[in-house]
Design a protein. Structure first.
Length: 188
């Protein structure tokens, strides 16, 4: 059943807030956080431990866990899954990216939404997350935000540009604008 709306984007772009806003506006909607699903599947690992885990094991566990979550929610009107497409892994002197998409998700994908936002908004959201302690955020650097955005956008375009169910959404400062735009897209 194709009822999953995947929301991709870098940390701090507002995927989770956008998903919550959409879920509140659509009766019978359900939320799935891929990061939380993976951490739970791997025994509640910290972000640091998760980064060090074997990429193949993470991919397999994420695939199994997400597919199970989708099956458990198959009667939801829509499942909103906030998901990273590429995950930046930073060590002392290097940076690499892990691709977190699996073709097994295709049979569930109703739409693939790449969420963007101004770099300053992303940095501010990350700053608020750090202050609140709600989420671990590593970088407030605009240069790193720009680089992560570029890498993720290229991956999204490379994987999904041929698909009619793939689109981009600018989630600027006003969350309600992003919610309205995504609701319009889901209705069409």
């Amino acid at each position: 059943m194709k009822n999953v709306c995947f929301l991709f984007g870098i940390n701090g772009v507002g995927k989770s807030a956008l998903a919550r806003g959409i879920a509140a506006a659509i009766p019978g909607a359900s939320l799935v956080s891929s990061s939380e699903t993976l951490r739970n599947a791997l025994g509640g690992m910290t972000r640091e431990a998760l980064e060090l885990a074997d990429p193949q094991i993470k991919q397999e566990m994420l695939r199994k866990s997400l597919l199970r979550a989708f099956e458990e929610r198959k009667h939801a009107s829509v499942i909103l899954c906030d998901k990273h497409l590429l995950v930046p892994i930073r060590s002392e002197s290097s940076l690499r990216y892990e691709c977190m998409w699996d073709e097994a998700y295709d049979e569930h994908a109703h739409c693939l939404c790449y969420v963007t936002a101004p770099q300053e908004s992303i940095a501010e959201r990350r700053r608020r997350d750090i202050i609140s302690g709600e989420r671990v955020r590593r970088s407030l650097s605009i240069d790193e935000i720009i680089h992560d955005e570029k890498m993720n956008h290229e991956a999204f375009s490379g994987l999904f540009s041929h698909r009619s169910d793939a689109f981009e959404l600018n989630n600027g400062a006003a969350l309600e604008n992003g919610v309205h735009a995504l609701l319009s897209r889901l209705a069409s």
